[in-house]
Design a protein around this ligand. Sequence first.
Ligand code: HEM
Length: 230
Amino acid sequence: EETLHSPSYPWDHLGLLSSYDCAALRRGFQVYRQVCATCHSVERIHYRELVGVTHTTEELIEMASEVDVLDGPNDEGEMFERPGKLTDPLPSPYQNEEQGRMANGGALPPDLSLMVKARHAGQDYLFSILTGYMDPPAGKEMMPGLYYNPYFPGSAIAMPPPLQDDGVEYEDGTPATISQQARDVVQFLNWCAEPEADGRKKDALTYMVVLGITAVVTGYYKRFRWATLK
Ligand code: HEM
Protein backbone atom coordinates (compact mmCIF):
# COMPACT_ATOMS: atom_id res chain seq x y z
CA GLU A 1 0.00 0.00 0.00
CA GLU A 2 1.40 3.38 -0.94
CA THR A 3 2.09 5.77 1.90
CA LEU A 4 1.74 9.53 1.45
CA HIS A 5 4.57 11.79 2.56
CA SER A 6 3.34 14.62 4.75
CA PRO A 7 3.37 18.12 3.25
CA SER A 8 5.67 20.66 4.86
CA TYR A 9 3.75 23.09 7.08
CA PRO A 10 4.90 26.57 8.19
CA TRP A 11 5.42 26.11 11.94
CA ASP A 12 5.85 29.56 13.49
CA HIS A 13 8.15 28.44 16.29
CA LEU A 14 10.79 26.97 13.98
CA GLY A 15 12.23 30.36 12.88
CA LEU A 16 15.74 31.19 14.00
CA LEU A 17 14.49 34.18 15.96
CA SER A 18 11.04 32.89 16.93
CA SER A 19 9.96 31.29 20.17
CA TYR A 20 7.19 28.93 21.26
CA ASP A 21 3.68 30.35 21.47
CA CYS A 22 2.70 29.76 25.11
CA ALA A 23 -1.03 30.08 24.39
CA ALA A 24 -0.71 27.32 21.78
CA LEU A 25 1.33 25.18 24.21
CA ARG A 26 -1.34 25.63 26.88
CA ARG A 27 -4.07 24.60 24.44
CA GLY A 28 -1.94 21.70 23.21
CA PHE A 29 -1.36 20.45 26.75
CA GLN A 30 -5.14 20.57 27.26
CA VAL A 31 -5.66 18.42 24.14
CA TYR A 32 -3.00 16.02 25.35
CA ARG A 33 -4.61 15.70 28.80
CA GLN A 34 -8.21 15.45 27.62
CA VAL A 35 -7.68 13.29 24.53
CA CYS A 36 -4.28 11.63 24.07
CA ALA A 37 -3.57 10.85 27.75
CA THR A 38 -6.27 8.16 27.74
CA CYS A 39 -3.84 6.01 25.73
CA HIS A 40 -0.41 7.74 25.58
CA SER A 41 2.12 8.76 28.21
CA VAL A 42 4.64 11.62 27.99
CA GLU A 43 6.66 10.16 30.79
CA ARG A 44 9.74 12.34 30.36
CA ILE A 45 7.86 15.51 31.33
CA HIS A 46 7.34 16.47 34.97
CA TYR A 47 4.76 18.99 36.18
CA ARG A 48 7.46 21.40 37.35
CA GLU A 49 8.88 21.69 33.82
CA LEU A 50 5.57 23.17 32.65
CA VAL A 51 5.74 26.04 35.16
CA GLY A 52 5.80 29.32 33.23
CA VAL A 53 5.33 27.44 29.95
CA THR A 54 1.68 26.34 29.97
CA HIS A 55 0.53 27.18 33.51
CA THR A 56 1.47 28.96 36.73
CA THR A 57 3.07 27.17 39.69
CA GLU A 58 -0.22 27.28 41.62
CA GLU A 59 -2.21 25.81 38.73
CA LEU A 60 0.28 22.97 38.29
CA ILE A 61 0.48 22.17 42.02
CA GLU A 62 -3.30 21.83 41.95
CA MET A 63 -3.29 19.77 38.72
CA ALA A 64 -0.61 17.41 40.06
CA SER A 65 -2.42 16.95 43.36
CA GLU A 66 -5.47 15.54 41.56
CA VAL A 67 -3.46 12.44 40.57
CA ASP A 68 -2.92 9.48 42.91
CA VAL A 69 0.75 8.52 42.75
CA LEU A 70 2.08 5.16 43.92
CA ASP A 71 5.11 5.76 46.14
CA GLY A 72 7.23 3.82 48.59
CA PRO A 73 8.33 1.56 50.06
CA ASN A 74 7.84 3.33 53.40
CA ASP A 75 9.49 2.41 56.72
CA GLU A 76 7.28 -0.67 56.96
CA GLY A 77 8.31 -1.73 53.46
CA GLU A 78 4.88 -1.00 51.99
CA MET A 79 3.89 0.87 48.86
CA PHE A 80 1.36 3.66 49.39
CA GLU A 81 -0.63 6.22 47.40
CA ARG A 82 -0.21 9.94 47.86
CA PRO A 83 -1.38 13.03 45.97
CA GLY A 84 0.89 13.99 43.08
CA LYS A 85 3.36 16.88 43.37
CA LEU A 86 5.34 19.13 41.03
CA THR A 87 8.34 16.77 40.84
CA ASP A 88 6.23 13.85 39.58
CA PRO A 89 6.20 12.91 35.90
CA LEU A 90 2.88 13.21 34.06
CA PRO A 91 0.88 10.04 34.84
CA SER A 92 0.92 7.12 32.41
CA PRO A 93 -2.39 5.57 31.33
CA TYR A 94 -1.19 1.97 31.75
CA GLN A 95 0.90 0.17 34.34
CA ASN A 96 2.97 -1.70 31.76
CA GLU A 97 3.20 -2.64 28.08
CA GLU A 98 0.93 -5.71 28.45
CA GLN A 99 -1.89 -3.60 29.87
CA GLY A 100 -1.40 -1.02 27.10
CA ARG A 101 -1.60 -3.65 24.37
CA MET A 102 -4.57 -5.36 25.99
CA ALA A 103 -6.54 -2.10 25.92
CA ASN A 104 -5.70 -1.45 22.27
CA GLY A 105 -6.31 -4.75 20.51
CA GLY A 106 -2.65 -5.74 20.63
CA ALA A 107 -1.16 -2.43 19.42
CA LEU A 108 0.90 -0.32 21.81
CA PRO A 109 0.30 3.44 22.02
CA PRO A 110 3.90 4.69 22.19
CA ASP A 111 5.16 7.23 24.72
CA LEU A 112 4.93 10.65 23.03
CA SER A 113 7.74 12.50 24.86
CA LEU A 114 10.18 12.24 21.95
CA MET A 115 7.79 11.22 19.17
CA VAL A 116 8.43 14.43 17.20
CA LYS A 117 12.09 13.37 16.99
CA ALA A 118 11.43 9.67 16.46
CA ARG A 119 9.70 9.96 13.11
CA HIS A 120 11.00 11.33 9.84
CA ALA A 121 9.21 14.67 9.11
CA GLY A 122 8.39 14.92 12.85
CA GLN A 123 5.79 17.62 13.38
CA ASP A 124 4.48 17.58 9.80
CA TYR A 125 4.05 13.80 10.07
CA LEU A 126 2.22 14.01 13.40
CA PHE A 127 -0.09 16.73 12.08
CA SER A 128 -0.75 14.66 8.94
CA ILE A 129 -1.56 11.51 10.94
CA LEU A 130 -3.95 13.40 13.22
CA THR A 131 -5.80 15.11 10.36
CA GLY A 132 -5.35 12.42 7.67
CA TYR A 133 -8.04 9.85 8.53
CA MET A 134 -10.38 9.13 5.62
CA ASP A 135 -12.56 6.41 4.14
CA PRO A 136 -10.52 3.61 2.56
CA PRO A 137 -10.47 3.57 -1.25
CA ALA A 138 -13.37 1.66 -2.82
CA GLY A 139 -12.87 -2.08 -2.55
CA LYS A 140 -10.33 -1.92 0.27
CA GLU A 141 -11.36 -3.98 3.30
CA MET A 142 -10.06 -2.80 6.67
CA MET A 143 -9.32 -5.42 9.31
CA PRO A 144 -11.25 -4.85 12.54
CA GLY A 145 -9.43 -2.39 14.82
CA LEU A 146 -7.50 -0.77 11.97
CA TYR A 147 -8.29 2.62 10.45
CA TYR A 148 -7.37 3.94 7.03
CA ASN A 149 -4.76 6.71 7.18
CA PRO A 150 -2.56 7.21 4.11
CA TYR A 151 0.19 8.97 6.10
CA PHE A 152 0.83 5.96 8.35
CA PRO A 153 3.24 3.39 6.89
CA GLY A 154 1.01 0.71 5.35
CA SER A 155 -2.01 3.07 5.56
CA ALA A 156 -3.72 1.04 8.33
CA ILE A 157 -3.27 2.39 11.87
CA ALA A 158 -4.50 0.86 15.13
CA MET A 159 -5.24 4.30 16.62
CA PRO A 160 -8.91 5.30 16.24
CA PRO A 161 -9.28 8.90 14.93
CA PRO A 162 -8.61 10.73 18.22
CA LEU A 163 -9.74 14.27 17.38
CA GLN A 164 -13.23 15.59 16.74
CA ASP A 165 -14.40 19.12 16.02
CA ASP A 166 -15.18 20.70 19.43
CA GLY A 167 -13.84 17.58 21.16
CA VAL A 168 -12.30 19.98 23.70
CA GLU A 169 -13.42 23.43 24.77
CA TYR A 170 -10.57 25.94 24.84
CA GLU A 171 -10.51 28.42 27.75
CA ASP A 172 -9.30 31.21 25.47
CA GLY A 173 -12.23 30.78 23.09
CA THR A 174 -10.15 29.53 20.14
CA PRO A 175 -12.48 27.43 17.91
CA ALA A 176 -11.49 23.80 18.54
CA THR A 177 -11.51 22.44 15.01
CA ILE A 178 -9.66 19.17 14.33
CA SER A 179 -6.83 20.99 12.62
CA GLN A 180 -6.54 23.59 15.40
CA GLN A 181 -6.31 20.86 18.04
CA ALA A 182 -3.78 18.95 15.92
CA ARG A 183 -1.68 22.09 15.43
CA ASP A 184 -1.73 22.86 19.16
CA VAL A 185 -0.99 19.34 20.39
CA VAL A 186 1.85 18.93 17.89
CA GLN A 187 3.41 22.18 19.11
CA PHE A 188 3.07 20.90 22.67
CA LEU A 189 4.71 17.60 21.74
CA ASN A 190 7.48 19.49 20.00
CA TRP A 191 8.08 21.43 23.20
CA CYS A 192 8.17 18.08 25.10
CA ALA A 193 10.91 16.83 22.77
CA GLU A 194 12.79 20.15 22.67
CA PRO A 195 12.02 22.19 25.79
CA GLU A 196 15.40 23.90 25.48
CA ALA A 197 14.81 25.25 21.94
CA ASP A 198 14.04 28.85 22.95
CA GLY A 199 17.08 29.08 25.24
CA ARG A 200 19.28 27.58 22.57
CA LYS A 201 18.22 30.21 20.01
CA LYS A 202 18.73 33.00 22.53
CA ASP A 203 22.24 31.72 23.33
CA ALA A 204 23.02 31.44 19.62
CA LEU A 205 21.98 35.07 19.07
CA THR A 206 24.17 36.24 21.98
CA TYR A 207 27.05 34.22 20.55
CA MET A 208 26.68 35.72 17.07
CA VAL A 209 26.52 39.28 18.45
CA VAL A 210 29.62 38.74 20.61
CA LEU A 211 31.42 37.09 17.69
CA GLY A 212 30.56 40.09 15.50
CA ILE A 213 31.90 42.59 18.04
CA THR A 214 35.05 40.47 18.49
CA ALA A 215 35.65 40.46 14.73
CA VAL A 216 35.37 44.26 14.53
CA VAL A 217 37.67 44.82 17.54
CA THR A 218 40.23 42.32 16.21
CA GLY A 219 40.21 43.92 12.76
CA TYR A 220 40.69 47.38 14.21
CA TYR A 221 43.50 46.19 16.51
CA LYS A 222 45.30 44.52 13.62
CA ARG A 223 45.25 47.70 11.49
CA PHE A 224 46.40 49.74 14.48
CA ARG A 225 49.34 47.40 15.20
CA TRP A 226 50.55 47.13 11.63
CA ALA A 227 50.09 50.82 10.78
CA THR A 228 53.78 51.71 11.45
CA LEU A 229 55.02 49.03 9.03
CA LYS A 230 53.03 50.27 6.04
C1 HEM B 1 0.00 5.62 17.74
C2 HEM B 1 -0.36 10.41 18.57
C3 HEM B 1 -4.59 9.67 20.85
C4 HEM B 1 -3.95 4.86 20.46
C5 HEM B 1 0.25 6.99 17.75
C6 HEM B 1 1.39 7.64 17.13
C7 HEM B 1 1.28 8.97 17.36
C8 HEM B 1 0.08 9.18 18.12
C9 HEM B 1 2.24 10.06 16.90
C10 HEM B 1 2.55 6.91 16.44
C11 HEM B 1 2.43 6.78 14.97
C12 HEM B 1 3.67 6.07 14.48
O1 HEM B 1 4.06 5.03 15.05
O2 HEM B 1 4.30 6.57 13.52
C13 HEM B 1 -1.53 10.62 19.27
C14 HEM B 1 -2.01 11.93 19.66
C15 HEM B 1 -3.22 11.72 20.27
C16 HEM B 1 -3.47 10.29 20.28
C17 HEM B 1 -1.27 13.24 19.44
C18 HEM B 1 -4.17 12.76 20.80
C19 HEM B 1 -4.52 13.81 20.02
C20 HEM B 1 -4.77 8.31 20.96
C21 HEM B 1 -5.88 7.68 21.64
C22 HEM B 1 -5.69 6.31 21.52
C23 HEM B 1 -4.46 6.10 20.77
C24 HEM B 1 -6.99 8.43 22.38
C25 HEM B 1 -6.52 5.17 22.07
C26 HEM B 1 -7.88 5.18 21.95
C27 HEM B 1 -2.83 4.67 19.67
C28 HEM B 1 -2.35 3.36 19.27
C29 HEM B 1 -1.21 3.57 18.47
C30 HEM B 1 -1.01 5.01 18.42
C31 HEM B 1 -2.98 2.01 19.64
C32 HEM B 1 -0.35 2.52 17.75
C33 HEM B 1 -0.82 2.48 16.30
C34 HEM B 1 -0.19 1.38 15.47
O3 HEM B 1 0.95 0.97 15.76
O4 HEM B 1 -0.85 0.93 14.48
N1 HEM B 1 -0.53 7.96 18.34
N2 HEM B 1 -2.44 9.66 19.67
N3 HEM B 1 -3.94 7.34 20.44
N4 HEM B 1 -2.01 5.64 19.15
FE1 HEM B 1 -2.26 7.62 19.39
